[in-house]
Structure formats: structure tokens, C-alpha cells
Design a protein around this ligand. Structure first.
Ligand code: CDT
Length: 336
């Protein structure tokens, strides 16, 4: 077995005028509850540290930049360092999504993996699939989604990585004998996505081709964004139910088709009392089952013990890529 206790740290409303240190304090509270439950790995949402600012049009760079983290190492950034220090003290690995402004001035929608064993960030991902538009909607009542205006598409690809300190040394050291599968040996293989990426099968597949056993992602998904998708007219209640349905659908289906576990963490609730973001944070198995899910639209820890050995069935049988994939027929996917 390769068991780890994991959690999605769902984060409720964060208003436009929220103070970053207060938000970080909420995240530390979630981390403390995780420690009480002996959780080893906690996944926080996309752009966890602020309100989901791409819904607003900012007139000045200075105003916009308040929502970004500056500097080369997020774990050393003064507002957020207390969270990483606490993760290290409690021996909990964390995934944190934030808006990154590089020293060169590029904006990315980023997620990092902080390893408590290593005491530093060992994985970084920049969101590839940016939804929304560059220009705001003309209708002043329509909620904007300006990620294409504020962020550049990620330039790191989909880099899987191994995280140490999570599974037993005995399990980790067991090496494959001649002719035996190497699936599920050594430190676990992880990958990160961010929100809209979860809807793209190529993103999941690029990780599973690297042997990923667990994919982690945060999201900010509007409860009523049918104007953005251009979907058929529906009531706000129907639109919300549909958004939750699609969120669960892509997570369960892609977990199954890529024979991996997944953890999703929502930034949810009513930002500024009016912008509705869905909850539904969930932990899914490689068989496509939801093993734990959020019950509220507020700060909530969703916990499960998962056994990464459960990925073997899919990786060695149904989705044994070496035997069953027919890459000679997939050429178009990389071309258009
Ligand atoms: N953040 C993000 O990527 N959201 C998109 C939809 C925008 S609705 C606010 C998503 O795919 O959920």
C-alpha cells in the first residue's frame, strides 16, 4: 500500500477589500485542523490569497498589482511566509495557488507545491488554459472574466514531480524485479493543474504519461457564468447546478481515464456578497468515484486517506499505455 492522508482546503468568500494577512490567517486555521486530523498534504484553491480579481477591470497597474505576489520565492514573501513556516512546523505539504508577478513583470496564474520534508517549494505550475476575455463585457451587469487580460499562458508545460516524505520508506525502496511493473514505486508522482485546465483532457493526459498518481488543482468557478460560456438561457439555480455538475464530471471522468487520484479545492461563496462561486471541492479515486466532498460553500477541510496503490489497476490494465494506446492515430491532437 501507498497510503497518504490528504485534504482539500476549501476557502469561502474573500471580499475585494480583504486584508491579505487575515486571509492567510484563515488558511493557517485550516492547516491547524488538518494537523489535528493527521493530514499530510493540503491543497488550497486557485488565487487563494485574494478575491477572484479577474472579475474586475482595474484602471491602473498599481491597483492591479495589489492582487499579485512579487518576488522570486513565494515561500519567502512576507505576507505569506507564515503559512509556509506553519506547514513546515506541522510537517504538512501544501499546494497554494496565487497570482505571480515575475521580476521581469509577467503575470502568471500559478500554483506551487511546498514540501515539508524538503523545507522548500519543489514544484511549480503556471496555468496554461486561461478562460475569459481580454476586453470587458459591454453590459455593465455582466460579470467579467479577464484572465486573458491579466495573465500570460503558462510557460512551464505540465511538469510532474516526485514528493518525498509522504509514503513509507519500506514502500519507497522496494524496487521492481526483472519483468515487474515499475508503476507505483518510489516517491509518489504528482502534478498540478489550475481551474479551467481541469476541463482539458490533454492537460491530464500529459501528466498521466509521466506516471502521475495524483493531480491537484484549485478553482474559482462562477455559479452563474452562462453569459461567458454562451450556453442556453437558464435560471441562476439551473446555471449553478450545471456548473457543479460539469466540475464534478471533468474531475471524476479524467481521474478514471488517467488512472490517478485527484484533489480539487474551491474558492467559493459570495465574494462582496454578490459574486457567486461554486463549492464542491472533492477528492476522487482512479476509478472515478468521489471519496470525499465539501458540504458547505465556506472554509472547510475535505479529508480522505487515499492509497496510491489503487492506481495500479488502471495503469497496468485498462489504461496500460504501452499496450493499448494507438499514438500513430493521434497526430492531429498535437497539430491543431
Ligand atoms: N478560474 C477559472 O478558470 N474559471 C473558469 C470559468 C470562469 S467562471 C468565473 C472555469 O473553467 O471554471
Amino acid at each position: 500500500t501507498r497510503k497518504i492522508k490528504v485534504a482539500a482546503a476549501q476557502v469561502g468568500a474573500v471580499h475585494r477589500n480583504a486584508i491579505k494577512q487575515d486571509t492567510v490567517h484563515r488558511l493557517i486555521n485550516l492547516l491547524s485542523s488538518a494537523a489535528e486530523k493527521k493530514v499530510q498534504l493540503v491543497v488550497f484553491p486557485e488565487c487563494t490569497l485574494t478575491t477572484f480579481f479577474p472579475r474586475h477591470l482595474f484602471e491602473t497597474q498599481e491597483e492591479l498589482d495589489k492582487y499579485f505576489e512579487h518576488g522570486a520565492d513565494i515561500a519567502q514573501s512576507s505576507d505569506v511566509k507564515p503559512l509556509f513556516d506553519e506547514a513546515k512546523r506541522l510537517t504538512i505539504d501544501i499546494v497554494l495557488g496565487y497570482a505571480e508577478r515575475t521580476p521581469e513583470g509577467t503575470g502568471y496564474n500559478t500554483s506551487v507545491y511546498f514540501s515539508a520534508a524538503a523545507g522548500e517549494v519543489i514544484g511549480k505550475y503556471r496555468k496554461v488554459h486561461l478562460p475569459g476575455r481580454v476586453e470587458p463585457f459591454e453590459d455593465p451587469e455582466a460579470t467579467n472574466q479577464l484572465e486573458k487580460r491579466y495573465f500570460t499562458p503558462g510557460d512551464l508545460g505540465f511538469p510532474a514531480f516526485r514528493a518525498s516524505g509522504l509514503v513509507d520508506d519500506a514502500v519507497k525502496k522496494a524496487t521492481a524485479k526483472e519483468g515487474e511493473s515499475t508503476v507505483g514505486r518510489g516517491d509518489p508522482i504528482f502534478g498540478m493543474l489550475i481551474c479551467n485546465d481541469r476541463r482539458w483532457p490533454e492537460a491530464w493526459r500529459t501528466y498521466s504519461l509521466q506516471g502521475a498518481e495524483l493531480l491537484m488543482f484549485g478553482y474559482n468557478t462562477g455559479g452563474n457564468m452562462s453569459h461567458l460560456w454562451g450556453s442556453k438561457p437558464m435560471s441562476p439555480e439551473q446555471a449553478r447546478a450545471e456548473a457543479l455538475f460539469h466540475s464534478k464530471l471533468v474531475q471524476t471522468a479524467n481521474s478514471y481515464m488517467n488512472a490517478c487520484f485527484s484533489i480539487s479545492a474551491a474558492r467559493c461563496g459570495l465574494d462582496d456578497g454578490k459574486y457567486d462561486l461554486i463549492g464542491g471541492s472533492a477528492i476522487c479515486s482512479p476509478e472515478g468515484h468521489v471519496v470525499a466532498e465539501a458540504e458547505t460553500d465556506e472554509d472547510e477541510l475535505v479529508v480522505a486517506e487515499i492509497d496510491l496503490a489503487e492506481c495500479r489497476q488502471g495503469k497496468e490494465k485498462t489504461f496500460d499505455y504501452a499496450r493499448h494506446r494507438r499514438i500513430e492515430t493521434y497526430g492531429l491532437i498535437g497539430k491543431q
